[in-house]
Design a protein around this ligand. Structure first.
Ligand code: SME
Length: 152
């Protein structure tokens, strides 16, 4: 099964139309994405809730760590650097936080609004090695930019 990103983007666009509440948007994106992505075993957002602090937001999958400092893990690296983190092998990523020991690969994208404020990160974790690709990065970057443009 492959993910039809244009179809996913259209569904998310329709569902999120006119909404600016960040948690409502995160919950909707994560639900649609998790149930569409064939290889994501954990899909969720961490929100920036304080200086250099990420706190768990809407997610699907087993329970996630509640708090991640910017200094730690793949999520922290994405928040700290503002760069997408595509990690084909979590064992090769120094400081990876193993919320689930089954996780083999990850993709974490920063989430910003139109003003450039960092709202949080989107984290996809897979039990399959090298589950995520540049196609995921490109499509999800576009979806996040559109959905969270007006969010605060
Ligand atoms: N693996 C992530 C932590 C989040 S959980 O796995 C849900 C990381 O290293 O940032």
């Amino acid at each position: 099964m492959t993910l039809d990103y244009p179809d996913l983007a259209a569904r998310i666009r329709a569902l999120c139309h006119g909404e600016t509440d960040v948690v409502a948007l995160m919950a909707t994106v994560v639900c649609e994405l998790h149930h569409s992505h064939p290889l994501s075993d954990w899909t969720g957002f961490y929100r920036v809730t304080g200086p250099e602090i990420l706190k768990i937001g809407p997610y699907q999958g087993g329970h996630g760590c509640l708090v991640i400092p910017f200094s730690r893990g793949v999520c922290g690296a994405a928040a700290r650097t503002g760069q997408v983190q595509l990690v084909p092998d979590v064992d090769a990523f120094p400081g990876h936080i193993a919320c689930a020991s089954s996780t083999r690969s990850e993709l974490v994208l920063p989430v910003r609004n139109k003003a450039g404020v960092l709202l949080g990160v989107l984290d996809l974790d897979s039990n399959t090695p090298a589950a995520f690709t540049e196609a995921d990065v490109t499509a999800l970057t576009a979806i996040l930019a559109e959905v969270f443009a007006e969010a605060s």
